[in-house]
Design a protein around this ligand. Structure first.
Ligand code: UDP
Length: 237
C-alpha cells in the first residue's frame, strides 16, 4: 500500500449538509452516508477530526435578526452544533469507528471538554475527534472553529464539504457559465469574496499555511476520493 499523502486532516461539514432533502434538522440517511465516508478515510490510515456546523437547527444571526441578543443567540447556535456532533458520533460508532466528542463549552455529562493534548492522543490511537460548540465564543462561525482546530491539531489540510464540487466563479446552480477553479490562493478567495468560507477562517488558514480543499460532500465517497487525490475539488493554498 502506498502511504497516504495526508497524515491528519480536519473535515468541516455544515449543519445544512445533514438535512438531506429536508429543510430543518437531521436526516439519518445523509448522516450515515457521511459517517461511512469518514470511516473509509480512517481505513486509509488517515487521522480524521471533524467540525460540524449548526445551521440545520439554529444560527445566531437569524436569532439576532428576529430581535434576540446576538451573544445569547450564538450560544443557542453553538448548542445546535453539539446536537449534530452527538448524531455524528452515533453514526460513526455504528460504522465501527471509535469516536470522541470534545466540546469548547464543557458539558461533562455528554462529552469531553476540548483539551488539545487529549484530542491529539485520541487521534494517534485512531479515534475520530469531533470538535463541538465551535470556538466556544459568540460572533464566530464553525468555519473559523474548523480553521482554528485544524491549526491547533497540526492538520495537513482543512477539508470543506459543500453542496458543490469546488469553488466556482459564480453559483453553478444559478449560472451555467460558472467556472470551477482547480486551485486558488487565499488572497484570491479574500479579494473575490467567494462565498465558501468566511474571511476569518481563510485568514487563519493562510497564516498557518493550511491548505483548504473544497469538495461536494453529497457525492457518495467524495471525502475518500479527495483523500486519494481523485474526483473533483478546489485546493486553496
Ligand atoms: N457559533 C458561535 N461561535 C462559534 C461557532 C458557531 O457562536 O465559534 C454559533 C453561531 O450562532 C452560528 C451557529 O453557532 O450561527 C452555527 O454555526 P454555523 O452557522 O457556522 O453553522 P453552519 O453554517 O456550518 O451549519
Amino acid at each position: 500500500m502506498t502511504s497516504p499523502r495526508y497524515k491528519r486532516v480536519l473535515l468541516k461539514v455544515s449543519g445544512e449538509a445533514l438535512m438531506g432533502n429536508g429543510s430543518y434538522g437531521l436526516d439519518g440517511t445523509t448522516v450515515n452516508a457521511i459517517a461511512e465516508d469518514v470511516a473509509s478515510v480512517t481505513r486509509l490510515g488517515i487521522q480524521v477530526s471533524l467540525v460540524i456546523g449548526g445551521g440545520n437547527i439554529f444560527r445566531g444571526v437569524s436569532g439576532a435578526a428576529a430581535g434576540m441578543d446576538r451573544a445569547q443567540a450564538d450560544g443557542m447556535g453553538m448548542l445546535a452544533t453539539v446536537i449534530n456532533a452527538l448524531a455524528m458520533q452515533n453514526a460513526l460508532e455504528k460504522a465501527g469507528v471509535p469516536v470522541r466528542v470534545q466540546s469548547a463549552i464543557p458539558m461533562a455529562a455528554l462529552c469531553e471538554p476540548f483539551i488539545r493534548r487529549r484530542a491529539e492522543r485520541h487521534m494517534e490511537k485512531g479515534r475520530v475527534v469531533i470538535f463541538a460548540a465551535g470556538t466556544g465564543n459568540p460572533f464566530f462561525t464553525t468555519d473559523t472553529a474548523a480553521a482554528l482546530r485544524a491549526a491547533e491539531m497540526g492538520c495537513d489540510a482543512l477539508l470543506k464539504g459543500t453542496q458543490v464540487d469546488g469553488v466556482y466563479s459564480a453559483d453553478p446552480r444559478r449560472d451555467p457559465s460558472a467556472k470551477r477553479y482547480e486551485t486558488l490562493t487565499y488572497l484570491d478567495m479574500l479579494a473575490r469574496d467567494l462565498a465558501v468560507m468566511d474571511a476569518a477562517a481563510i485568514s487563519l488558514a493562510r497564516e498557518n499555511k493550511l491548505p483548504i480543499i473544497v469538495f461536494n460532500i453529497h457525492e457518495p465517497g467524495a471525502f475518500t476520493a479527495v483523500m486519494k487525490g481523485e474526483g473533483k475539488f478546489t485546493t486553496v493554498h
